[in-house]
Write a protein that binds this ligand. Structure first.
Ligand SMILES: Nc1ncnc2c1ncn2[C@@H]1O[C@H](COP(=O)(O)OP(=O)(O)OP(=O)(O)O)[C@@H](O)[C@H]1O
Ligand SMILES: [Mg+2]
Length: 300
């Protein structure tokens, strides 16, 4: 089957190349890579929804590299005004030269549109309403008009990918139905245990028993009565890296209980959030989880 061009002003992308690169650089996530690549190739925009540390940025980088289009990354937050996103005229040059296209400093949206890049907006739900409206206009028209600069058409490979964390207090409910209507949604949940072990091994090169212990511990944090928010795989990566260094600092042969616990405390206590009404310190909760994770491994 040969796909028809998605729309005349949105060129197809090399979806097969995107998936190939994702397979090389991303652990598992093949289904997600295929669906996101297909949606982008078809000229669609994508909302990636998943908790922190689930590989959204890693996947997007690999997909962008695989098709050879640039990736422009923007951190979404309350300070992302339309001016920051679109660009502004250099104030001092405007004083001497007046408003000219040459003294316009393009923001990430303008750059992405003119370079034909994937514009990746993280924490999209934190973006102010008026900035979202600018993006919605671009999604509909594939061009925008910038006052005193002119018309900015999107190159045919331009796409928007918006990432959102479903646990975010700001909530995905804020996202207007108009955005969802103009994009496709792909959920990125936590990965299976063996995939998480592979992610941590790749990131740290740590020994298998320590990697398994750390992954087990972060998985317990996500499902623990005393915690409202658990840790992503980043917590396991940090635990393994810190434990390795700490063993050296302390002149130990390997990672013993004390080293493991101290590493887990440093890596995990800031990444988890206590549930309402829990009065004991987060350190106690994390140590309990670390010990339980070790015990459960022993039994397995
Ligand atoms: N499937 C995966 N393959 C390879 N590495 C992964 C995978 N998932 C997570 N990682 C690793 O975990 C860490 C977090 O991943 P990443 O930054 O892509 O997550 P994210 O979903 O973008 O997080 P956030 O929502 O906080 O921006 C990185 O170090 C990344 O290399
Ligand atoms: Mg990210």
């Amino acid at each position: 089957m040969t796909a028809a061009p998605a729309r005349p002003d949105a060129a197809r992308l090399d979806a097969v190349g995107m998936v190939r690169t994702a397979r090389e650089r991303v652990v598992a996530r093949v289904r997600e890579a295929e669906v996101v690549a297909a949606a982008l190739s078809a000229g669609r925009n994508v909302v990636l929804e998943g908790p922190p540390g689930t590989g959204k940025t890693t996947l997007l980088r690999a997909l962008a590299d695989g098709t050879g289009v640039p990736l422009v990354l923007v951190e979404g937050n309350a300070e992302l005004t339309p001016t920051r996103l679109v660009g502004h005229h250099d104030a001092s040059r405007v004083l001497t030269e007046d408003y000219r296209p040459e003294n316009f400093v393009p923001g990430p949206l303008t750059r992405a549109m003119t370079e034909g890049a994937l514009l990746y907006v993280e924490e999209f739900n934190r973006v102010p309403e008026e900035t979202m409206n600018v993006l919605l206009g671009v999604l509909s028209e594939r061009e925008m008009h910038v006052p005193r600069y002119g018309r900015v058409p999107a190159r045919p490979t331009f796409r928007l990918v918006a990432a959102m964390n479903p646990f975010d207090a700001v909530g995905t409910a804020r996202i207007s139905p108009a955005l969802y209507d103009r994009s496709c949604r792909v959920a990125m949940g936590y990965q299976e245990e063996d995939a998480e072990r592979a992610v941590v091994t790749t990131a740290t090169g740590g020994p298998a028993d320590l990697v398994a212990h750390a992954v087990r511990a972060v998985r317990i944090t996500r499902d623990h009565a005393e915690l409202r928010i658990g840790s992503s795989v980043r917590g396991a990566i940090d635990t393994v890296l810190i434990a390795g260094e700490l063993a050296v600092v302390r002149g130990r042969d390997g990672v013993d209980d004390e080293v493991g616990e101290d590493a887990a405390l440093a890596a995990l206590t800031g990444k988890v959030t206590l549930a309402d009404g829990v009065t004991r310190p987060v350190e106690h909760v994390v140590v309990d989880i670390w010990r339980r994770a070790g015990g459960e491994l022993g039994k397995a």
